[in-house]
Design a protein around this ligand. Structure first.
Ligand SMILES: O=P(O)(O)OC[C@H]1O[C@H](O[C@H]2O[C@H](CO)[C@@H](O)[C@H](O)[C@H]2O)[C@H](O)[C@@H](O)[C@@H]1O
Ligand SMILES: O=c1ccn([C@@H]2O[C@H](COP(=O)(O)OP(=O)(O)O)[C@@H](O)[C@H]2O)c(=O)[nH]1
Length: 458
């Protein structure tokens, strides 16, 4: 079996004993790397003022070597905050209005990808299989090919791929498409994303979609596919059962005082539809006054990418909005929305999911959304809660037993909350069992195996 080399912007180092366990993606990638032996390369998360690159920080644990690189402050500004998160992220989430295209940032993005390639190339052996993750690193294969590497290289995009007209609004879309054509396998989260990609190639007249999801463009033929990322379902379910008795979860249980709990968990990101969701909760209370003082909505929202202006501004908007709704519908003994603006450790999160009668997952657009899957896996099989899920999350393609909503339809989401809270136990069980069966088969290991199998045969 060939050695595996994983490259991603962020790298999850093995957890110290006693730490909260890492998410499913890290666990699955670590397992695949451990089995085959391999390297996981990425950004250390640190930036330095010095122009001279420090040597790679190499750490070996078992069969895996982690290779971490620092970036300069300018690199982080232009590549991560700039092009990746102010151009590619909004464009891929269909938000043309928020894309801030600048040549300096675009140049920084390509420069950092070349830098990654220069650092990675000396570590690569002839028959290594390379797996690159996400929108930060699209041009990496092109850089490696230019250096003469002939290895199998696969790419997985964790975020959506937009339809042609949205993509074409990005001035360098052709360079990005050309970058993708240098991989042997390009994986998307859903069939819809894959179709958007094929549609873009054909509309631009730069490529063809061939039989068997193959694409031909820029003189290369490569494979496309869709692989919906998942979680470690059975482990997460066991973990949530245990977490229900975690001290913090117990306190949370006492503090809701028998009210129904509604939970939302999202990075503070405009793609997650948090403001529309708060409006929907407000509407729900207004339309159903009998629920006053009978329900608590807990919104856990860690800060994210705060250096990017659109994110910084959102921090104020959401905090003000939650305060406004609490002020208008709350009473002296009831705070309807508990807004937590910090990250919560996974053991606590798992227990809170299990405590909640409704999981409210209403992004305006999302590659997959692992929170939706974690919420389901955490439920008590004898008394499962209801998932209210946006039809625009990748997860909606699989989780058809959820109450699917259009997050732009505030009243529709408010009705779904009311329906979730009054749903019979029989219906809740029926819907939940159907989705859990699916999640047990299509778990994170299956996702990893499917991608690597297709890459091997690409
Ligand atoms: O690294 P950050 O800038 O702090 O952002 C965190 C991650 O956000 C994105 O997550 C996506 O991947 C999930 C797993 O496939 C998927 O469920 C979700 O829908 C996506 O939004 C991003 O793609 C990651 O690279 C970031 O590390
Ligand atoms: O306070 C928090 C909030 C989120 N998460 C985790 O962050 C991930 C979020 O993944 P998702 O696919 O839902 O969205 P993303 O943030 O990757 O866009 C999930 O595994 C959550 O359990 C966490 O550990 N603590």
């Amino acid at each position: 079996m060939s050695r595996l080399v994983v490259v991603s912007n962020r790298v999850t180092l093995p957890q110290k004993s006693g730490d909260a366990p890492a998410g499913g993606l890290a666990v699955a990638l670590q397992a695949a790397l451990e089995e085959r032996g391999g390297i996981w390369m990425g950004w250390s998360g640190k930036s330095s003022g010095s122009k001279e690159p420090q040597p790679l920080d190499m750490r070996t644990h078992g069969n895996i070597t982690y290779a971490l690189t620092d970036l300069t402050k300018t690199d982080v500004e232009e590549y991560y905050h700039g092009f990746a998160n102010r151009v590619l992220w909004p464009i891929c989430h269909y938000r043309l209005d928020l894309a801030e295209y600048g040549r300096k940032e675009m140049a920084g993005y390509f420069r950092v990808n070349r830098f990654f390639a220069q650092r990675l190339a000396p570590l690569i052996k002839e028959d290594d299989v390379i797996w690159v993750h996400d929108y930060h690193l699209i041009p990496l294969a092109a850089e490696l090919r230019e250096m003469g590497l002939k290895n199998k290289i696969g790419f997985f995009l964790h975020i959506p791929w937009p339809p042609a007209d949205v993509l074409f609004a990005m001035p360098v879309h052709e360079q990005i498409m050309r970058g993708l054509s240098q991989y042997d396998l390009v994986g998307f989260q859903t069939e819809h994303d894959l179709d958007n990609f094929g549609g873009g190639l054909v509309r631009e007249g730069i490529g063809e979609r061939l039989e068997g999801n193959k694409f031909s463009t820029y003189g290369r033929t490569f494979k496309g596919g869709y692989y919906s990322i998942a979680i470690e379902t059975e482990e997460f379910a066991r973990f949530a059962k245990k977490a229900y008795n975690n001290a913090i979860v117990r306190k949370a249980r006492q503090s809701v005082e028998g009210r129904d709990l509604i939970i939302g968990v999202d990075r503070l990101d405009y793609s997650k539809g948090i403001t529309q969701r708060i409006d929907a909760f407000d509407k729900f209370i207004t339309l159903n006054p009998a629920y006053q003082n009978k329900v608590t909505y807990l919104q856990i929202t860690p800060k994210s990418r705060s250096e990017v202006p659109e994110y910084e501004q959102m921090q104020r908007t959401v905090a003000e909005q939650a305060g406004r709704v609490n002020g208008s519908v709350g009473t002296v003994d009831w705070v309807p929305i508990r807004y937590v603006n910090r990250s919560v450790a996974r053991p606590v999160l798992a227990g809170l999911y299990r405590l909640a009668r409704i999981g409210l997952v209403t992004p305006l657009r999302d590659g997959m959304n692992l929170v939706a899957k974690e919420y389901l896996a955490a439920q008590d099989p004898e008394d499962p809660g209801v998932l209210v899920l946006s039809r625009f999350a990748g997860a909606a393609r699989e989780l058809t037993g959820a109450l699917l909503v259009n997050p732009y339809d505030i009243e529709g989401t408010a009705h779904a909350i009311a329906r979730g809270l009054t749903m019979s136990l029989d219906e809740r069980k029926q819907r939940w069992e159907k989705m859990m069966e699916h999640l047990k088969v299509y778990d994170i290991n299956r996702w990893c195996d499917d991608f690597l199998k297709d890459l091997a045969s690409a």
